[in-house]
Design a binder for this molecule. Structure first.
Ligand code: AR6
Length: 182
C-alpha cells in the first residue's frame, strides 16, 4: 500500500506467543551487534528461519570488526523458512542504569525498524520487547517508550499500518495492554 493511497486505520495489537509463529510482513529480532545469533528471541528466530538466515546475516557488511549493526540501528534480511518474509534485526541497548543513553537508543531501534518496514512498503510488523530479556531493560520503562514510538510513527506515516507487540509471557502482555488502554 502506498502512503498516497486512501488513508487506512492504523492498528496496534498485543499478542502473547512466540514471535516465530506470526504471519506478518516482518518480524523484528532483538539481536546483538554481530547479527550472528544469540539466545532468547534471536535464537528462536534463527531456529525458525534456518541456516540461510545466518548466512545472509554473515554476508552483511561489518562496519567495524564484529559489528554489522550498531546499537540503536536495524538491518533487513529475508525470513527464509519463517512465515514472515522479512526479518528486521534491531540491536537494543544493554541496561546500565538508565543514564547511558538507553532510552534514546531503544527509541532509535523502534524508529529504525519502522523506517525499514515503511521503505519496503510493508503493511504489518511484529516487535518483541527489545532489550527486556538478556539486556536487562526494565519493562516498566521499555513498554511506554515502545508504545510512544509506534504511536508517534503511525501519526505521521501510513505504513506499517498494523503493529503487533508480541510477548512471550502474560505479565509483559498485560503491561502493553495497560499502556495502550491508558
Ligand atoms: N517470541 C517473543 N518474545 C520472546 C521470545 C519469542 N520466541 N523469546 C524471548 N522473548 P531477549 P534482549 C522475549 O533476551 O534483551 C540475545 O542473545 C523475552 O521474554 O531475547 O534484547 C541477542 O543475541 C524478552 O521479553 O533480547 C542479544 O545478545 C524479550 O523477548 C541479546 O539476547 C527480549 O529478550 C538481546 O537481549
Amino acid at each position: 500500500m502506498a502512503s498516497d493511497d486512501a488513508p487506512q486505520r492504523s492498528r496496534i495489537e498485543v499478542v502473547q506467543a512466540s514471535i516465530t509463529t506470526l504471519a506478518v510482513d516482518a518480524l523484528v529480532n532483538a539481536a546483538n551487534e554481530s547479527l550472528l545469533g544469540g539466545g532468547g528471541v534471536d535464537a528462536a528466530i534463527h531456529r525458525g528461519a534456518g541456516a540461510k538466515l545466518l548466512a545472509e546475516c554473515r554476508a552483511l557488511p561489518e562496519i567495524r570488526p564484529g559489528v554489522r549493526c550498531p546499537t540503536g540501528e536495524a538491518r533487513l534480511t529475508g525470513g527464509h523458512r519463517l512465515h514472515a518474509p522479512h526479518v528486521i534485526h534491531a540491536v537494543g541497548p544493554v541496561w546500565r542504569g538508565g543514564d547511558s543513553g538507553e532510552a534514546e537508543l531503544l527509541a532509535s531501534c523502534y524508529h529504525a525498524s519502522l523506517q525499514l518496514a515503511a521503505d519496503k512498503r510493508l503493511a504489518s510488523i511484529a516487535f518483541p520487547a527489545i532489550s527486556c530479556g538478556a539486556y536487562g531493560y526494565p519493562p516498566e520503562q521499555a513498554v511506554p517508550l515502545a508504545v510512544e514510538e509506534v504511536r508517534a510513527w503511525q501519526a505521521e506515516n501510513a505504513l506499517p499500518q498494523r503493529v503487533i507487540f508480541c510477548c512471550f509471557d502474560a505479565a509483559m502482555a498485560e503491561l502493553y495492554r495497560q499502556e495502550l488502554a491508558g
